[in-house]
Write a protein that binds this ligand. Sequence first.
Ligand code: ZN
Length: 132
Amino acid sequence: MNEVVLDAIGDRHTRAVGSGLAHDFAWGKIEWLVSDSLNQNAALTLGHVEIKQGAKNPLHLHPNCDEVLYLLEGELEHSVDGETVRLTPGSAIFIPANAKHDALNVGQQTAKMIVAYSSGDRQTIMLEEGEE
Ligand SMILES: [Zn+2]
């Protein structure tokens, strides 16, 4: 029964890591799985992010949405408005709108995480050189 329902909604609502909208950066990659451009009128955004060993994404903020990052694999030093916390797999961090933040991979492997935003149209202001 559930499989039939999933087949029926198919591509409109289902997207797996590896088939999302992927962007590669010097520090790693983001793959969007849900957003208002992928899912009409979606009021949230969800992505899968990888940060390379030893790499950091540029300091940035989101003026129009809160963010939650949930770490799947690896180890991060994550800053929020100048405070740094260490994240291990299973940890979630809440980043309010307009808080400056970045993540440094301090582990021995690629760090993998889920990121979610309270808007389907996540906006980003970069505060350092680089892209996200
Ligand atoms: Zn962010």
